[in-house]
Design a protein around this ligand. Sequence first.
Ligand code: CAO
Length: 420
Amino acid sequence: MKALQGIKVLDFTHVQSGPTCTQLLAWFGADVIKVERPGVGDATRKQLVDVPGADSLYFTMLNHNKRSMELNSKNETGKEVLTRLIEECDVLVENFAPGALDRMGFPWERIQEINPRIIMASIKGFGPGKYEDCKVYENVAQCAGGSASTTGFLDGPPLVTGAQIGDSGTGLHLCLGIVTALFQRETTGRGQKVTCAMQDGVLNLSRVKLRDQQRLDAGPLKEYSQFGEGVPFGEATPRAGNDSGGGQPGRILKCKGWEQDPNAYTYFIIQAAVWEKVCDVIGKPEWKTQDGYAKPNERLDKLNEIFGTIEQWTMTKSKFEVMDICNPHDIPVGPILSMKEIAEDEGLFATGTMVKVDHPERGEYLSVGCPIKLSDSPVEVERSPLLGEHTNEILQEVLGYSGDDLGRVISSGAVGEAKT
Ligand code: CAO
């Protein structure tokens, strides 16, 4: 049995943020019914296409283990079918532009009236306030949530990160909100509205930078490289390059082959507890007792010199040799892994974090499996559905349409072209 077995989800999501949430629900065992515009579907099906005619990797990698139903929710019969879906489902998830559900004729009040037990979960770019009507994509959220202004180097522009903290990050937040609401429903018997703004999700993940904003009042942030470089701090949390965000100084350092390989680097943390071991490993045993180097606080104004010296050592080793040498000493280091290296990492396939999935239109492709492992609810990753692949099945098995009534719905045009 899967953790969310028996839970039906009306998945009205598209692009990335919402689909990542419902994919998790599907992996935990919910029956996720993706409702898509007839003949069009989720826009990502045909974005960044690599195999002509096939659903894109953008779509397939975000929509595993779901069923797809075509439904025009603005057509009268379509509204009737949507109402039936709301009656049947435990959760409705959507990430339309602000107001889209209202314009369809399904505001929260109406949805709750149709099914008081339903949980309606929404992602929007911003919470209530002056920006609430804005459409938002990933990088806008990274900028509005404090990530971009605190990412990058001091002498460069703000940077967005490759990790999709605005989209997938908010999908994760929403998923937690949904299962929490399902848990509360066990006691109250009532559904509720769950909302996550992408700005809020990014800000939550940038929490330590708001910590630093307030610490600025007490003086310079000594663990930031600019402190040792004598660069004055301004009014806002600055960009910290590759400095560690925590109390233990860290940097990205070059390794052997860096001149040719853009990823021949390691992250190296000089955790106070293993400082003496670091000194021995890099051939600087005198730093263990030398004034200005022996104590953590004394080292903060010398980070450039210290990491420069460590880098002279890491440049003589591959990033994996650095790992092999430092790990036995408990020195925290990490190779900078390229996506190619990750895609070839057998250990990740063994745990199901990376998976190979077969698809009728595109053949085999790689995907990231479920990163959350439940010992009593294992995940089997199944391919994403083709557009409208399960329309008839859902009309009949979930909504109970049959005979002439089924024919009426199909011929109305509300559910797309008839599929055999
Ligand atoms: N049947 C009929 N109409 C449908 C439908 C269906 N099955 N599914 C969607 N539609 C309609 C919507 O009702 C909407 O119509 P109106 O404009 O008349 O209200 C229309 O399709 C377009 O929906 P949209 O505005 O949500 O889509 P968009 O491509 O214009 O905007 C996005 C995309 C992501 C910017 C916007 O949805 C948004 O801001 N979402 C919230 C934030 C978010 O999740 N962003 C992350 C996206 S991933 O980077």
